[in-house]
Design a binder for this molecule. Sequence first.
Ligand code: ATP
Length: 258
Amino acid sequence: MTQALIVEKLLKTYAPDRPPAVDGLDFTLARGATMGLLGGNGAGKTTTIAMLLGLLVPTSGRIIALGHDMATDRFAALARMNFSSPYIALPHRISVRENLTVYGHLYNVPGLKRRIAQLAEELQLTDFIDRPAGELSAGQKTRVALAKALINTPELLLLDEPTASLDPDTGDWVRSSIERYRAATGCAILLASHNMAEVERLCGHVLMLKQGRVVDEGAPADLVARYGREDLEQVFLDIARGTRVDDDTRGTRDGDAA
Ligand SMILES: Nc1ncnc2c1ncn2[C@@H]1O[C@H](COP(=O)(O)OP(=O)(O)OP(=O)(O)O)[C@@H](O)[C@H]1O
């Protein structure tokens, strides 16, 4: 089993009179690989992640996570997965350590005290680990959210905007922590982000979503070359605005042999 995630014909319709939020998504994510899920507001990223986590039931289609069918065997998969999302706040009256302890118990983490100490060290939580989670700055909360996401040493990690609202330095620090974790464990990562530089740095492959469908995909450098652009942000804008210069025109413009 080399695939961490297999998604087949995934479809989600919230209301019969509205177009599907996710419209026939097909992709695989290999173990140890990192994939970016890109798309403008409302493209279907959060809906996709919610279905991958078993929080939303797909209208149709199939999800196999770490070899387990999410429709019939989701708890076996969820025990070996984790996620981070800015939309989910940690209980704010209890301390960071208590928060991590609660989540650690939910995942039945063996040697939990040791695991929390290790994460506190790696993610620099020690200065505020006994303070209530609600009193922390946004950057500190993000580090705690990442510690929560790594508490069970997941083999599949779903990250929804992991560096949203962070200053560039803290964002860079979080990205490095994610890279270190992946290198150390071979974890597969699916990352939804609006930060194109982050996606270029972390992801080997990206899916470009529009209205719930994949409209293009590839390695960031290949997409940039294919669109004749300088970076992924420009590719994103071409796709979002439908302003791509077609291949023939670009060939002529660049003086390439077609
Ligand atoms: N609970 C819901 N009920 C009805 N429609 C919803 C619900 N959640 C999302 N939608 C709709 O589904 C579509 C996809 O939304 P989704 O939140 O998945 O997009 P997204 O790519 O994550 O967007 P963003 O980048 O703004 O977070 C949108 O048209 C949205 O209005």
